[in-house]
Design a protein around this ligand. Structure first.
Ligand SMILES: [Zn+2]
Length: 86
């Protein structure tokens, strides 16, 4: 199932009150990641459900693959520490 774009009413709670926000979106594909700060989303004010614009996701996806194929350089790299649960 793909993510739904914004509708007049929230799919979950039926509220029609949204707020535009910018979040850090983490795109992941087959174990590769692209962190996208400043991604515009709409958030349901009632239940907190986040709605992504399909065009925004497309853009992020295109950028991700361009970077994977070395056609584009990312703005920066971050290092992510990992710790195995034991
Ligand atoms: Zn809602």
């Amino acid at each position: 199932m793909s993510r739904k774009t914004r509708k007049v009413q929230c799919n979950f709670c039926g509220s029609s009150q949204y707020e535009e926000r910018r979040i850090e979106y983490l795109y992941s594909y087959k174990g590769k990641y692209l962190l996208v700060p400043n991604t515009p989303v709409e958030v349901c004010l009632n239940c907190g459900m986040i709605y992504y614009d399909a065009a925004v996701l497309k853009k992020i996806e295109r950028r991700f693959f361009a970077i994977q194929e070395n056609n584009e350089k990312p703005d920066s790299y971050i290092q992510m520490p990992t710790a195995v649960f034991a």
